[in-house]
Design a protein around this ligand. Structure first.
Ligand SMILES: [Zn+2]
Ligand SMILES: [Zn+2]
Length: 384
């Protein structure tokens, strides 16, 4: 097996990453990105399946005679954000950019595929999963619905995300809950609009909506156990009123986070009760729509140790840590973990702009760390 020149691989991954950054594509529209990925994987000698759950791609690499299989996963989609960066590789698509570093994740997984295809060092099968539409939480389900687990079976799955708060070259993760569920809600308050000078003649909805926004804040503070983590955020309040006309309709929208299904269920139940009670108190009607967009991301205890050990073979010992607290952001990778055990880790992106910021850019200094971490993990889990 030919040993790859790591500096050359780093240069190559940097070129891929910047090419992908310049050509961002929104979830399920990743046609160019998927073709880019498939072409590279074929060139490295992998078996490639395209169109796996929309624009998803799966590469398969087998060495030796082992019958174990593990999966490594990257996400390919960009966001509808107008880039403010001035770098030469900035987005060429107005209003769309890689503001979450999925261009980096895709390039690192391609780098790992090249490394493992060239050098081997494992016995079994590796599935390289490039998923579409992570940002709006639909891509993993689309791949699972397509039959990912039946057509490309694997026993464990690993993923990573870059993290601007962490120094470059640092990795961290934790056992159990790592990232939260995300639920969305929309509450409609319906009454009867009318003249601003004659509120008693109608059933206006704005005062009721303001009371409801405040009352919803008692779900976490008064209805959940202090030992449970929950977030209820009202993010929009829109009415059909104008300056001298009271609104007959108010829409309240928002977002809830939690780490346990029981907490998510309790938040929904309390929200429905409070919305109905408040509406009744103000003589209007309430309709509540509550949807679950992301499930909580739960790491496998044993595989967290394996992931940290693999990271320590690539990075300085003291740069690999167990994270103290879970995050209340959400991640579509959780959908895979509902079926097979695995581990999701965070990798430092250094002092860049925050994720989803118009000035964000993935830090190319981290590319080799990510690719080598993936390869180390495969060699550890599929040791020959
Ligand atoms: Zn994101
Ligand atoms: Zn992301």
């Amino acid at each position: 097996m030919a040993e790859l020149d790591q500096q050359e691989l780093h240069r190559e991954m940097t070129a891929w990453r910047r090419d992908l950054h310049a050509h961002p594509e929104f979830g399920f529209e990743e046609k160019r990105t998927a073709a880019f990925v498939a072409e590279k994987l074929r060139a490295f000698g992998l078996e490639v399946a395209e169109g796996v759950g929309g624009t998803g791609v799966v590469g398969t690499l087998t060495r030796g005679s082992g019958n174990r299989a593990i999966a490594l996963r990257a996400d390919m989609d960009a966001l509808r954000i107008a880039e403010q960066g001035t770098q030469a590789w900035r987005s060429q698509t107005p209003g769309t950019m890689h503001a979450c570093g999925h261009d980096g994740h895709t390039s690192m997984l391609l780098g790992a595929a090249k490394l493992l295809a060239s050098e081997g060092g494992f016995d079994g099968t590796v599935r390289f999963i490039f998923q579409p539409a992570e940002e709006w939480g639909r891509g993993a389900l689309a791949m699972l619905d397509y039959g990912l687990l039946e057509r490309f079976p694997f026993e464990e799955i690993f993923g990573l995300h870059n993290m601007p708060d962490l120094p470059i070259g640092h990795f961290e993760t934790r056992s159990g809950p790592v990232m939260s569920a995300e639920d969305n809600f929309e509450i409609l308050l319906k009454g009867l609009g009318g003249h601003a000078a004659r509120p008693h003649a109608g059933q206006e909805t704005l005062v009721a909506a303001c009371a409801l926004v405040v009352n919803l804040q008692t779900i976490v503070s008064r209805r959940l156990s202090p030992a449970d983590i929950g977030v209820v955020s009202v993010t929009e309040l829109v009415t059909d009123g104008i300056r001298n006309a009271l609104p007959g309709l108010a829409r309240i929208l928002g977002d809830c986070r939690s780490f346990r299904p029981e907490v998510s269920a309790a938040i929904e139940k309390e929200m429905r009760r409070i919305a109905e009670g408040t509406a009744q108190a103000y003589n209007v009607a309430a309709e509540v729509a509550y949807t679950r967009e992301f499930v909580p991301l739960i790491n496998d205890v044993g595989l967290v140790d394996e992931a940290l050990a693999a990271a320590r073979t690539v990075l300085a010992d003291d740069a690999v840590r167990v994270a103290a607290e879970p995050m209340t952001a959400s991640e579509d990778f959780a959908r895979f973990l509902a079926h097979v055990p695995g581990c999701f880790v965070f990798m430092g992106n250094g002092g860049t702009a925050p994720l989803h910021n118009p000035a964000y850019d993935f830090n190319d200094e981290g590319l080799l760390h990510g690719a080598r971490y993936h390869a180390a993990l495969v060699r550890r889990r599929l040791g020959d």
